[in-house]
Design a protein around this ligand. Structure first.
Ligand code: 6R9
Length: 661
């Protein structure tokens, strides 16, 4: 960022003009778990987190030390305490008399269902832990999990945690290659998988990718001793005698009781790989005590969880950090009842999610902006067919949510009154960092707003000085936090270089952000998505928001394409709403709409932000976690051969887009 005054005068005007704000309904505020006092308590962050660690978790050995920052940037939280994550998620609820409470309402894509109580989950996790140990898994060994969204997936994660064997979940949509490199990097010798899972009405195989990954392992890897396979789809799969075994047989043979292995607070709980922009994926390492403290507290505070009455549903897959912190650890440590769903939102029909909300009376829903925009595209008549009256808190995560989608979420899904929490965090942060508190904050459409109590986050300029209200810069975290990553697996130097070298001593998140006149934080996308046009800084998010605010646009992605004169030029890719699709098949009509959209952006943000080109496309390239791959769009916009598209959810999308050029 070269000229930070620019940020407040050009590219960010659209957000700056966003003046709507919604105070929590009084009855909601009156019953909320957390009130405004929490911010005062959070000012002494170490004491605050020590209090939460004691309140939210059961310790085998109580800790006496809170934070040891002497080996910064590797933090140690609650280091002399011992605990077990699965014990906190299961045993203590059963011991407290809540064994009959439903932990998981599983909804399979084909419509099969299963309810699992805390007592039943404890039994199954105990069996699985015994089974893994009988296969040779010891405390400290890494276990790779490559599964769809099944009860067994949650069970496997907790079984690993129970024996102190860090898990590394690899998203089921990743290729054999991606799986192989993660097995290698983690040094895992056991893989838990399924024959496949159901996706859009058809079985999607998983086991063949495991076979291929193992066959391709580097000779320096000691080899995978066992593959445990859940039978889900019943499809034909290859079988390696002696190595492969069925989950059901392994568990049947195992004892239903298992003594958890109590570990030190800093014992590794899991490694989760993030798809880095270049080179080898980063294995983000999380440990036990601090991670669980922040996952549990944020889940309770941000979603206002009432464990004995809420039905919670987070739509994330366990392959992502959101699935770790807000499907497995946060909710189960808090004793919540939650829905897990195997399939896609449009199988067998586009109302499936809303049907699930109605069926289970879901009261807290946590999902991603891309899903909300997809539902907008399908039309509000679909959710209107279902009773969504049970919903009382809505959450958003994964990317900036444009005000248009936020308003739609509130009005169509939230009945016009439900608080929305836009939660900013990362795989690296482990848990939510910046978010409104639903009973406290007057929410603004499109802004994550405030660091949570006990969290130090701000926006700084190139010299690490906090920017004044109204200005933009880089998002940083200024104080260590309990669920922070403890490193990149096997690469301490890369950890230091990536996050701690840009601004020595403070954590650089890689996101651009601005503070509005009230000091609230607006996330503006990754720093590498910030464009610079003729010396004016423009945010991709800003222009996308503006485009999506136009009646004809369902989704938009904006990139900065290299330009000889202006440095970068704005190129927009848009998907039009269904009722405009017919219109744009006529070239003259399409040209007229493109011109209209350019002017619309010019009017909303300023002439500098007018896209030089607008391409009307049928789809956008997205990763499997729903993030738009702007890198590929830049290739198209700059007339280059399209680069590596292997992490796309649907690899055919780029052909569709290239044909539009
Ligand atoms: C939890 C998760 C992290 C990146 C992060 C940022 C973007 C996530 C956001 C958001 C704006 C939000 N991001 N939440 N941007 N507003 N509420 O998504 O982790 O997959 O590691 O991605 O996602 O750019 O840096 P992860």
């Amino acid at each position: 960022m070269t000229d930070r005054t620019d940020a407040s005068t050009s590219g960010m005007d659209n957000h700056a003009n966003e003046a709507r704000s919604f105070a929590p309904p009084a009855p909601f505020a009156a019953q909320a778990n957390v009130d405004a006092d929490a911010y005062g308590l959070g000012a002494d962050s170490e004491r605050f987190w020590a209090d939460q660690a004691r309140a939210m978790l059961t310790w085998k050995t109580p800790f006496t030390q809170t934070l040891d920052w002497s080996q910064a940037p590797v933090a140690r939280w609650f280091a002399d305490g011992t605990l077990n994550a699965a014990h906190n998620a299961l045993d203590r609820h059963v011991q407290a008399g809540n064994g009959d409470r439903v932990a998981l309402y599983f909804e399979g894509e084909p419509g099969d269902t299963r309810q699992v109580t805390y007592a039943e989950l404890l039994t199954e996790v105990s069996r699985a832990a015994n089974a893994l140990q009988s296969l040779g898994v010891k405390t400290g060994d890494r276990v790779v999990i490559y599964m769809p969204m099944l009860v067994e997936s949650v069970v496997t994660m907790l079984a690993c945690a129970r024996i102190g064997a860090p898990h590394s979940v690899v998203f089921g949509g990743f290729s054999a290659d991606a799986l192989r490199s993660r097995i290698e990097d983690a040094g895992a010798r056991i893989v838990v998988t399924a024959d496949g899972g159901w996706r859009r009405g058809a079985p999607a195989a998983l086991k063949p990718a495991v076979d291929e990954a193992i066959a391709g392992l580097d000779p320096s890897h000691p080899g995978v001793d066992h593959v445990v396979v859940v039978r889900r789809t019943g499809q034909e799969i290859g079988w390696t005698q002696g190595r492969d075994l069925w989950w059901s047989e392994a568990l049947e043979a195992a004892d239903t009781r298992h003594d958890p292995v109590f570990v030190e607070a800093e014992h590794p709980l899991f490694i989760l790989y993030t798809s880095g922009t270049t080179g080898k994926p980063k294995g983000i390492l999380h440990t036990t005590g601090g991670y669980l403290t922040q996952a549990a507290w944020t889940h309770w505070a941000v979603f206002d969880l009432k464990a004995d009455s809420d039905v919670y549903w987070c739509t994330a897959d366990i392959g992502w950090i959101t699935g770790h912190s807000y499907v497995v650890y946060g909710p189960l440590v808090n004793g919540a009842s939650q829905v897990i769903y195997e399939g896609t939102p449009d199988a067998p029909h586009r109302g499936r999610w809303w049907e699930i909300v109605q069926k289970y009376k879901v009261s807290i829903l946590y999902t991603a902006p891309t899903a909300i925009r997809t539902c907008m595209k399908w039309g509000e008549q679909i959710p209107a067919q279902f009773d969504l009256g049970s919903l009382r808190v809505l959450g958003s995560v994964g990317e900036p949510i444009n005000p248009e989608a936020w308003m739609w979420y509130r009005r169509v899904i939230g009945g016009g009154s439900t608080p929305i929490v836009d939660t900013w965090w990362q795989t690296e942060t482990g848990a939510i960092m910046i978010s409104p508190l639903p009973g406290v904050t007057a929410t603004k459409p499109g802004s994550a707003q405030v660091p949570l109590p006990g969290i130090g986050a701000t926006v700084v300029d190139d010299d690490a000085a906090p920017v004044p209200n109204g200005a933009g810069g880089y998002l940083v975290i200024t104080k260590p936090w309990p669920s922070m990553l403890r490193g990149i697996w096997g690469d301490l130097q890369r950890f230091k270089d990536t996050y701690w070298s840009r601004f020595p001593g403070i954590y650089f998140a890689g996101d651009g952000a601005k503070k509005d006149q009230d000091g609230d934080i607006w996330l503006l996308g990754r720093v590498d998505d910030v464009m610079n046009v003729s010396g004016h800084r423009l945010s991709t998010t800003e222009i996308e928001s503006s485009l999506v605010a136009h009646e004809s646009v369902a989704e938009a992605a904006v990139v900065g394409a290299a330009d000889e004169t202006t440095g970068q030029a704005v190129v927009a890719f848009v998907i039009v709403r269904a009722q405009f699709a017919e219109l744009v098949t006529d070239p003259a009509q399409a040209a007229a709409l493109q011109e209209q959209l350019r002017n619309h952006v010019g009017k909303q943000i300023g002439p500098i932000a007018k896209p030089r080109r607008i391409l009307i496309v049928p789809e956008l390239p997205k990763t499997r976690s729903g993030k738009i791959m702007r890198r590929l769009l830049r290739d198209v916009a700059e007339n280059r051969t399209v680069g590596d598209a292997t992490t796309l959810a649907d690899s055919s999308v780029m052909n569709l887009i290239a044909r539009k050029m």
